[in-house]
Design a protein around this ligand. Structure first.
Ligand code: SF4
Ligand code: SF4
Length: 740
């Protein structure tokens, strides 16, 4: 923005005015900048306070507003002035609520934060929404015609959007086609499968285009601008698509991989729960080996499930399914002996009623951790140490043993091959690593630089965050629903599909406004590349956690802004520092760092810069304020969109400015990953390992720069963390560049 006219508005409410010398703050905090107006108000967030700012915008021509008041995490709707650059100085939560009032250090902190904000707005520009040149679309592609896919398509249509449903089998219905009787709410009894009603509803809806016996041959583009080629009967047809729901489902765990003790393969009468459904067409259960009647049957739960050697998770539906299947046998022959051998029986919610029903029908439950199946031809025996009776029970003459095997996301096909490639590449340059852990299952066939399918995190499910974002995958605008996302039963799949469809619609609408999806929902900024200086190093195209940057044959990055989540990881990665946002850039943060006043060495007041992830660490700092917990006043905090956006030059800027130490606060990575941008936090650690060598070369102690993780619930640990780091700084002594 040309000709910025800056207005500074200091709130004196919420204890700010009592704790600080407001006049001095207004004078000293603004002394290095040209500020058009600097005003106070006892409650800036009140109608009158906001009006004061609006009047200056209208009559004084203020176009850049700095509000020094509460945390930017609150009152953002009050301090939203369209057409103006707005920045917030967090005086309340991070200065006066967590530091002593009328104290020199508290005052210095407030003044620094105001200086830093003014340095920031000087570099900031108003983001302009990215609108693609090409035509934009709102239709939703749904891949998979099982319960989840059918429901997602139907919910999409109910919301007024068109859906294109692609099913690879010749008929709709998915696995449920094989199921005649179901266990469903209210779980008082088993009942007929009503799948046909759902299929008919989809087929009869003129907002849904159905392809069966079809696959997705190619998916290019991004949210709002996907071009998807659907192949059916050898012919491809292109659809313009706004967003995608991947409901491609699951496959059963391979029973051949189970422990020998479970007897799979030793007798035709030892089958899996899936095979039970296939063998009981019309609801009639027979002995698989010879089709004779079933008089004695045993169900063995958790076959390979909740077992780190097989599937470490619970597939959530197998216990209820076993109850249903056991009841099917009992209904057919009330005299049949039916046993369920379980480690724990899990029947969440109303499904507990089916458990009671099974007990009433005379089904016997045996709690045993390690049953053994002995089978020879048609004769099958199960030995189980009953934990409740404390004795070994032998179930012999069994006509049928059913193993509860689990659900594996269909997207994990080919995982082994891809994983091997990644492992083989370790130790090589980052750009040579073959594109993360890529799926090879040919579901979406994305034409993305980072690979054709959805990457997965824990347990091979293609999710993107340990806690916060259901349905979200690591590809923007593509949502996972149903058993490809996590194991679930019919009831949950209905809800899941509706949720994913709504997220897809939300993504489409945001793309049409040029705005980001969460966690930066509504953000209009996007990364811009000064391509003249690009060295084609591929850092950005490799490190973008969302595959939002394609690459041409000369390795030039080809950003796809509608896929971008605005995390800034590319900005942190770029060694040439040519990637920036209108309101977030390497230079902007660099100038904020330079605006910190560093006391001379003999004043013995060290300064530590905290680069804090705005998703967890920064809110954790706010929590300290809200709980009035004091912490070291010599730290200065700069929130980052993601720690992965940290550019190493900021460390150099800090240390050359005389700042004594830099503490990076990011999210946990690893198995309980919590980074909102997947691996940003991890990437910043990798970058940091490189900075240590540089620091040592400059004769600066590597201890001056430290990385730590914090989640919002760990806020109480922060003061101690700061103290520990201050102790380290004291040990290594003041920064020798101080005062240069
Ligand atoms: S790294 Fe983040 S900001 Fe950069 S292109 Fe990817 S999603 Fe967008
Ligand atoms: S990281 Fe920077 S220099 Fe490297 S390819 Fe991307 S834009 Fe070009």
């Amino acid at each position: 923005m040309e000709n910025k006219k800056i207005g500074v508005y200091i709130c004196t409410g919420c204890g700010i005015g009592d704790a600080l010398d407001i006049e001095k703050l207004g004078e000293d905090g603004t002394e290095d900048r040209t500020v058009a107006v600097c005003k106070n108000h006892p409650a800036m967030c009140s109608k009158e306070g906001a009006e004061l700012i609006k009047q200056d915008i209208e009559s004084e021509g203020v176009n850049t507003v700095v509000v020094a008041a509460c945390s930017p995490r609150v009152m953002y709707d009050v301090f939203d002035f369209p057409g103006c650059i707005v920045d917030r100085v967090n005086l309340r939560e991070q200065v006066v609520w967590c530091h002593p009032p009328q104290d020199e250090d508290t005052q210095m902190m407030a003044e620094d934060y105001l200086r830093m904000s003014l340095a920031k707005v000087e570099e900031m520009d108003l983001p302009e929404a990215y609108m693609p040149d090409e035509e934009m679309y709102r239709d939703i592609l749904v891949v998979g015609g099982g319960i989840s896919g059918l429901t997602a398509a139907l919910e999409t249509a109910k919301a007024g959007y068109n859906a294109v449903l692609v099913e690879k089998e010749p008929e709709l219905g998915g696995f449920q086609k094989k199921v005649d009787l179901i266990a469903a709410s209210p779980y008082k009894d088993i009942k007929d499968n009503d799948l046909k009603l759902l299929i008919d509803a989809v087929n009869g809806n003129d907002k849904i285009t159905v392809y069966t016996g079809a696959t997705v041959e190619k998916t290019e583009g991004g949210p709002g601008v996907f071009k998807v080629t659907v192949k059916q009967n050898g012919t491809g047809k292109e659809h313009g698509i706004g967003a995608i729901v991947n409901a491609a489902g699951w496959v059963p765990y391979d029973p051949q991989k189970l422990d020998e003790k479970l007897g799979y393969g030793k007798s035709p009468n030892v089958i899996t729960n899936m095979q039970f459904e296939e063998n009981s067409s019309g609801g009639k259960v027979t002995r698989p080996g010879d089709g004779k009647e079933v008089k004695n049957a045993a169900f063995l739960q958790c076959a390979g499930q909740r077992d780190p050697n097989h599937l470490s998770y619970c597939s959530s539906v197998c216990c209820t399914t076993a109850l249903k299947q056991a009841l099917m046998i009992k209904k057919q022959d009330p005299e049949a002996n039916v046993f369920v051998v379980y480690k724990e029986l899990r029947t969440p919610g109303q499904a507990e009623d089916l458990y009671r029903r099974a007990q009433e029908e005379g089904i016997t439950f045996i709690r045993c951790q390690d049953p053994e199946v002995k089978a020879e031809g048609d004769s099958v025996t199960v030995e189980a140490e009953d934990e409740l009776l404390g004795e070994t029970i032998t179930l012999d003459n069994l006509d049928l043993v059913v193993l509860a095997t689990g659900m594996v996301p269909v997207s994990s096909f080919g995982r082994d091959v891809a994983k091997e490639e990644v492992e083989e590449s370790e130790g090589e340059e980052l750009e040579d690593v073959p594109l993360d852990v890529i799926r090879r299952s040919n579901i979406l066939n994305l034409t993305y630089r980072q690979g054709p399918e959805l990457p997965a995190l824990s347990n091979e499910f293609p999710d993107s965050h340990f806690i916060c974002f259901p349905y979200e995958t690591r590809r923007t605008g593509i949502y996972a629903a149903g058993c490809i996302r996590r194991p679930m039963g019919r009831g949950t799949a209905f809800e899941d599909a509706a949720g994913a469809a709504m997220k897809a619609i939300q993504s489409v609408e945001l793309a049409h406004r040029g705005a980001a999806v969460h966690p930066r929902a509504g953000d209009m900024s996007f990364p811009e590349f000064a391509m003249q200086r690009c060295t084609q190093c591929k850092r950005c195209t490799v490190e973008c956690p969302f595959g939002a940057i394609n690459e041409d044959e000369k390795a030039n990055p080809l950003p796809q802004p509608t896929r971008c989540r605005r995390c800034g990881v590319c900005m942190g990665a770029c060694p040439e520092r040519i990637i920036s946002f209108k309101n977030y850039s390497v230079r902007m943060i660099g100038n904020m760092i330079k605006a910190i006043q560093v006391p001379e060495e003999d004043e013995e007041k060290p300064r530590v810069l905290v680069l804090a992830c705005e998703n967890d660490a920064y809110p954790a700092l706010d929590m300290l304020g809200m709980r009035r917990i004091n912490y070291n006043p010599w730290i200065r905090v700069i929130p980052l969109r993601c720690l992965g956006s940290m550019n190493l030059v900021w460390i150099a800027d800090s240390l050359s400015k005389g700042i004594d130490g830099v503490l990076l606060l990011g999210c946990n990575s690893g198995d309980d990953y919590q980074c909102h941008f997947i691996k940003g936090s991890e990437l910043s650690q990798i970058r940091l390992s490189k900075v240590s060598e540089t620091l040592n070369r400059l004769a600066l102690e590597s201890e001056r720069v430290h990385f730590d993780t914090v989640s919002i619930i760990d806020y109480k640990n922060l003061p101690e963390m700061f103290e520990k780091f201050m102790d380290t700084i004291e040990e290594v002594g003041p920064n020798p560049f101080k005062g240069w």
